[in-house]
Design a binder for this molecule. Structure first.
Ligand SMILES: [Zn+2]
Ligand SMILES: [Zn+2]
Length: 334
């Protein structure tokens, strides 16, 4: 099969992703083999290619927003039927027995594993996934439309939960890429008022199109105090702006797996009055299942650009250089 692999992590413009030929993987016990239809392209794939996330396996295939169909089942894998549409996401394993797993916080499991980092992902014609970590997906939406929800959507949804937005509250979003534009739609469909601070005219135009009450530059002060904010930009120097925009008692959630250093924070100016700064670490399967129930019933739609499979490396460079708008996905040859 054709695939993309990270042979030697490095700056995206130095070509760390290579096209390779691999044998089609064989599903192990409790795993299914998925023929990949569409795979979303995520900033985390960029962090893996560039080595911001320490490589766990040489030559790993990135890609963790896979929509495809089950074409083979390993021993004991009977959750899905042959031909079922499934999704493969970032979280692909936990130990199930640690204090976090037992408390319903499997996202914090110290032995968790991830698609495209610990195991090969979906920038390939086929991928395997443990059946318990796959998602059943609706068949009435296109694969292109569904793929971005598998990471950008799920992580954004968990960030929204972590941001403690009250019903009908004012939500600030800093950085308006793939995850942000999905999360904004989930929030506004549930009654939130949206304030978007982002670089990039394309991103600001999309925010206006999605009904933001206010759109500004990433360091602009929104016109009214916010209940909650989510920082999607991987830039720690945005965090003080988000904290300063909050009402007393408000929360800022940092959505990304990677953030550059947060500057020194003056306590009185940025944190006092019970403002909270909260991180977001991966997600639980429950987050994903809740999100797909919302996606099925709310008027939300991913704004996607389909990239040819041959151009996945260039698409990641577009993400790196802020040239991408909405969500990028790659469609595999049938
Ligand atoms: Zn655990
Ligand atoms: Zn991702």
């Amino acid at each position: 099969m054709d695939a993309w692999a990270v042979e030697q992590p490095g700056p995206i413009d130095s070509g760390p992703l290579r096209r390779v030929r691999r044998t089609v993987p064989v599903p192990g016990s409790g795993e299914v083999l998925v023929k990949v239809e569409v795979c979303g392209i995520c900033r985390t794939d960029l962090h893996l290619a560039e080595g911001d996330l320490e490589p766990k396996r040489a030559g790993v295939v990135p890609g963790h927003q896979v929509v495809g169909s089950v074409v083979d089942r390993g021993p004991g894998a009977d959750r899905f039927a042959m031909g079922d549409r499934v999704g493969i996401a970032w979280l692909r394993g936990t130990d199930g027995v640690c204090e976090f797993c037992r408390a319903g916080a499997e996202n914090l499991c110290p032995r968790s594993t991830y698609t495209g980092w610990d195991a090969d992902g979906g920038f390939a014609e086929y991928a395997v996934v443990p059946q318990d970590y796959a998602y059943a997906l609706p068949s009435d939406k296109s694969a292109v439309e569904l793929a971005p929800w598998l990471c950008a959507g799920i992580i954004g949804y968990r960030s929204l939960l972590r941001a403690n937005l009250p019903p009908g509250g004012r939500l600030g979003i800093y950085g308006f890429g793939s995850s942000a534009h999905l999360t904004a739609q989930i929030a506004t469909a549930q009654g939130a008022e949206l304030f978007v601070m982002t670089r990039g005219e394309g991103n600001r135009a999309l925010a206006r199109e999605l009904g933001a009450a206010y759109v500004g530059e990433s360091t602009d002060r929104p016109p009214v105090p916010l209940d909650s904010a989510i920082v999607f930009a991987p830039a720690g120097d945005i965090v003080p702006y988000a904290l300063e925009a909050l009402k007393p008692g408000g929360s800022v959630a940092v959505a990304g797996i990677y953030l550059s250093d947060v500057p020194v924070l003056n306590y009185e100016r940025y944190l006092f009055h019970e403002r909270d700064l909260r991180s977001v670490t991966s997600n639980t399967r429950r987050d994903g299942e809740e999100l797909f129930r919302l996606v099925a019933r709310l008027p939300v739609k991913a704004h996607t650009t389909v990239v040819p499979f041959d151009a996945v490396d260039r698409a990641l460079a577009d993400v790196a250089h802020g040239r991408a708008s909405g969500s990028l996905v790659t469609s595999l040859p049938v």
